[in-house]
Structure formats: structure tokens, C-alpha cells
Design a protein around this ligand. Structure first.
Ligand SMILES: [Zn+2]
Length: 431
């Protein structure tokens, strides 16, 4: 069996790896590059295998950087099956439809390509065996977001595990996931390969919400609509239940977040929470943008707004930032990792210039808060613990910035893994 590395070799997005098995070629994840200056260029590149010759795509989880390229392959002739868990399938539909709307300029694909993609999905439960190109496969839980999985494949006498994106061991809404099973080869993410998470999500958020309430501030929270949004809204709901004295008007301005809330509610059994919590998410003030924007934009604090995107690369958050950009009461809360090259990262690095929804430039004068605790990724210690359990002979590292990958490589080698390799785009290895 040969494995050809393609996506997420240079950074943390665009996950896509090709497995050349005896009876065909399949892709593990099929993501879109995002955020960086080179993202557009990368997304224009076609993968090394003709889409018509790819027999299947196996998806570890719904995030755009793992699914966003599928409709592009479908547009170019892919007709095989797409395997993923049921919850992933539901979240993926929301994400791909949104992506088609956002990418009309780049002409990568359109809504009709997404409509052709969805019927190809084959839902597979965790631990249920399925066969692709003569290779036995099954998914196991990976934490991270609802439905997220690692993929275990068995080829002759070898076991190979693709980590997908790994969650933390203590997630606020998802139960702990198992460690990597015994494997010969592990292909794993390394987003937080150089970071230990010290901050607490609950504490960071509580400090922010208290400040907004006590000082009558306009608190604008930048969040991804899917997964991060549900974690945030759940925690805000819990905080207000426990501390009604700090409760202020909470507005969710994201139809996509609302749709994802419904999927979390449908699959509540996969979470740590009961129906009540997700019912409460339904009751959040989801503003109808056209009708309510005019009154909302004149509001004085205290007010909390949750909008996407999480790294300020688009979405409705731009309008809120533009509206309150020179209001001393406004605070922006960046909830989570800010990718290299994104406006969110630029703000953290001290730049203040942002681009509004109509491409207008403005200066953000308000405070900027950031919490790294909001990641749904395992940190360095968790990645090491997860990987060591495999007792693998070889580990390949993907999905991390260069320093994250090199640091994790060193740590893994210190703990006795025989070989750790950081593959390049297009590199082929035989297993
Ligand atoms: Zn992810």
C-alpha cells in the first residue's frame, strides 16, 4: 500500500491524503485550504489523482478544512462514495452549503455541486466495519466536534490510524475519546504540537461576561458557527444559569450557528448534555438580520453578540466590528486559535486595520481579548498520550505549523517512537 500526502502538509488546513490500495485509490479527508495568503492558490490546485479514478472519500469530521474540497472533486468527475458518521454528515451539509455560497467568486464550486455531493454520503457508525478498495476500515471517536472520528484501516497485517483532528480529554460538551489503538503506523495532526493549554475555557469566558455586565460593555464574540459556536453558547447558558446577576441580552447573529445547534440537539446522546441545554440554545435571541440590524446597531451596552467567523475571515461579524469600531465600550473576544495570515491573528499581533463587509478598511479601537483555551484540539501533552498508546513504528505528522510539527516530532522521539516523519506535499511512502 502506498500513501500520498497532499493537504495540510504546509499548514493546518486543507487536509487530504490519498491511499493507494490494491483495489483502488481513496482519499482520507478532502478539505479546503483556509485563512492563509496562499489558500486561494492551493485551492486552485487539483490533487495528483484524477477525481474520476478516486473510488471513495473517507471523512473524519465535518470542518471545512476536512470536507470543503469534496464538491470540487465532484464537479471534476468524482462519483464514488463518501463515508462518514451520521452526525458528521449532518454538520457537513451545513458547512458545504455555506461554503458554496461564500465561494461564488472563486468559482471552485456552486450549490449545485454540493447538491450532487450529498447523495454520495454513506453514513457509518463508530466501530462499524466497512470496506473501501479492499481495505477494512472503521471509525473510532476522536472528540474534537460532534461526530468526529479517527480512522483505523487494516491492510494485510498492518494497522494504520489516521487521527483526524483530536479533541481534548476534558471537553465542555463532549465525552472523553479513547487513546490511539495499537497500530503500526499513525498519521496524526499536530495543531498544538508545541503548546500546553493552561487557561480554562470557563474562567476566560466568565471574566469576559462579568466585565461586559458590570461595565455595560458591548461584547462581541468571534466564533466558528459549527462546534465552537455550540460550545460557547452552552457555556454562556450555563454561566447565566449559575450567575443570573451577570445576565445581559445575548444575541446570536448566525443562521449557520442556529442550524448547527439543531444538529447538536438531534445528536445530544453523543454529548455530555441533556435535551434541556439544547432547548435553551433554541431560545437564544437569534436576530433576523434584515429586520433587526437597525435597532441592534444603535444599542448601548451591556450586550453580548456571538457571530462568525471565528478568525474574522468573513461572516456577519465584520458588520458588528465596523459598527462599534470606535466605541470605547466595545470589546472583541477572539475565542480560540487564530490561524497565520488571518485578520484575527493580525489583531493579536498588534495590527488594528480590518476590512468591513463591503471591503472598506477601518481601525478597530476597542479592546481585544483572546482565549487559547477555546480550542477543540488536544494540546501537546494530550497528543503525546494519545499517540504513545499506539506503540507505532512510524508516525507521520500533518496539520500543524512548522514549529508545532518539529516540536511534537522531538517530543515523540524522546518518548521512544522509532521514527517520526514530517511529509511534504506530494510525497509518497510505501507501507
Ligand atoms: Zn477540525
Amino acid at each position: 500500500m502506498k500513501i500520498q500526502f497532499w493537504g495540510s502538509t504546509d499548514d493546518v488546513t486543507g487536509s487530504m491524503t490519498f491511499v493507494h490500495a490494491k483495489e483502488g485509490i481513496f482519499a482520507v479527508d478532502c478539505g479546503m485550504a483556509q485563512g492563509t495568503n496562499q489558500a486561494e492558490e492551493i485551492n486552485e490546485l487539483m490533487p495528483p489523482t484524477n477525481p474520476k479514478e478516486i473510488s471513495a472519500i473517507i471523512i473524519t469530521h465535518a470542518h471545512l478544512d476536512h470536507t470543503g474540497f469534496i464538491p470540487r472533486l465532484v464537479k471534476k468527475g468524482f462519483k464514488g462514495k463518501i463515508y462518514c458518521t451520521p452526525a458528521t454528515s449532518k454538520l457537513m451539509q451545513i458547512i458545504l452549503m455555506d461554503s458554496a455560497k461564500l465561494n461564488t467568486d472563486s468559482q471552485l464550486y456552486e450549490e449545485k455541486d454540493v447538491s450532487l455531493t450529498l447523495p454520495l454520503i454513506q453514513m457509518i457508525e463508530w466501530n462499524q466495519d466497512f470496506e473501501v478498495a479492499g481495505v477494512k476500515c472503521h471509525f473510532i471517536p476522536a472528540g474534537h466536534i460532534l461526530g468526529a472520528s479517527s480512522l483505523v484501516i487494516k491492510n494485510e497485517d498492518k494497522t494504520i490510524v489516521f487521527s483526524g483532528d483530536l479533541g481534548r480529554f476534558e471537553d465542555p460538551i463532549l465525552p472523553p475519546h479513547p487513546l490511539c489503538p495499537l497500530a503500526d503506523v499513525v498519521i496524526m495532526e499536530s495543531t498544538y504540537g508545541n503548546k500546553q493549554r493552561l487557561a480554562s475555557i470557563q474562567e476566560d469566558l466568565a471574566n469576559f461576561l462579568k466585565k461586559v455586565a458590570k461595565e455595560g460593555r458591548i461584547g462581541i464574540i468571534a466564533s466558528f458557527a459549527v462546534a465552537r459556536g455550540q460550545t460557547l453558547l452552552t457555556l454562556i447558558h450555563q454561566f447565566y444559569e449559575e450567575h443570573p446577576e451577570f445576565k445581559v441580552r445575548l444575541v446570536m447573529d448566525s443562521p449557520m450557528m442556529k442550524a448547527a445547534n439543531h444538529v447538536y440537539k438531534k445528536y445530544k446522546d453523543l454529548t455530555l448534555h441533556s435535551e434541556d441545554v439544547f432547548e435553551a440554545l433554541d431560545d437564544i435571541d437569534a436576530i433576523e438580520y434584515q429586520k433587526e440590524w437597525d435597532s441592534l446597531r444603535k444599542k448601548e451596552g451591556p450586550l453580548v453578540i456571538v457571530a462568525s467567523s471565528g478568525m474574522l475571515t468573513g461572516g456577519r461579524i465584520g458588520r458588528h466590528l465596523l459598527n462599534w469600531h470606535n466605541d470605547p465600550k466595545a470589546i472583541l473576544f477572539l475565542a480560540g486559535y487564530q490561524g497565520a495570515g488571518t485578520p484575527g491573528r493580525a489583531l493579536l499581533e498588534g495590527h488594528r486595520e480590518l476590512r468591513g463587509p463591503d471591503e472598506e478598511f477601518f481601525r478597530w479601537e476597542g479592546e481585544v481579548w483572546h482565549s487559547d483555551a477555546f480550542s477543540s484540539h488536544a494540546d501537546q501533552g494530550e497528543l503525546l498520550t494519545w499517540a504513545q498508546n499506539a506503540h507505532a513504528q512510524k508516525i507521520f505528522l500533518l496539520h500543524g505549523e512548522p514549529l508545532a510539527k518539529s516540536t511534537l516530532k522531538k517530543k515523540l522521539e524522546e518518548t521512544g517512537t522509532v521514527k517520526v516523519h514530517i511529509p511534504a506535499r506530494g510525497e509518497i511512502v510505501t507501507i
